[in-house]
Design a protein around this ligand. Sequence first.
Ligand code: GAR
Length: 218
Amino acid sequence: MSKRRVAILISGRGSNMAALIEAAAEDGFPADIAVVIANTASAGGLAIAQRSGIETLVIESKPFGKDRAGFEAVLQAALDARGIELICLGGFMRLFTADFVNHWYGRMLNIHPSLLPSFPGLDPHGQALRAGVKISGATVHFVIAETDAGPIVIQGAVPVHDDDTADTLADRVLAIEHRIYPRALQMVASGQTRFEGDLCRSTSSGPHDQALIVPSEN
Ligand code: GAR
């Protein structure tokens, strides 16, 4: 089966991008990372992608100001020119118009460091700590017009410790992000996901008998 051509969009350090690139380098992975696109030349992830031999592109969003459609026209042309079939957002900090999102519906993934629908938006770890939740995690979902919402492909959970700071919780969640994003891309690219209304279902759910109880019983 031919591999799906993927663009990863980043704004920053690109650790999720790196996890996707590493996974896609494995034999038999159903997706090829064709290009990494950043909306700012200062995105640290660009150098990582270049070292991996992946094409990189910077489309500065700042000069477009509030003209989202103008930025997206340039982005769309770059995606079309490369025959991109799937987009993975990896810490891409720019909102899209509903038109762009609808065009890519079912073909654009995002990762967010909380168990959505809890704690969307900024400072998810601070939100989790202020809410006193005992379990947090990360979510990969298809992108819809609403920010940090959309059909959920996969989630990973981690315990929240009483002495956590936003930084220590972020580190624990990030390790899970790097595990679930490649898995989500593998599932979507190989056709193991389908939509039932607004929900995403998959043919590849593992054992259901693992419970995470926090604080633990012993
Ligand atoms: C990740 O934690 C990702 O989940 C988050 O930004 C970080 C990017 O890190 N995304 C969001 O908060 C989206 N709302 P990375 O550049 O190292 O992948």
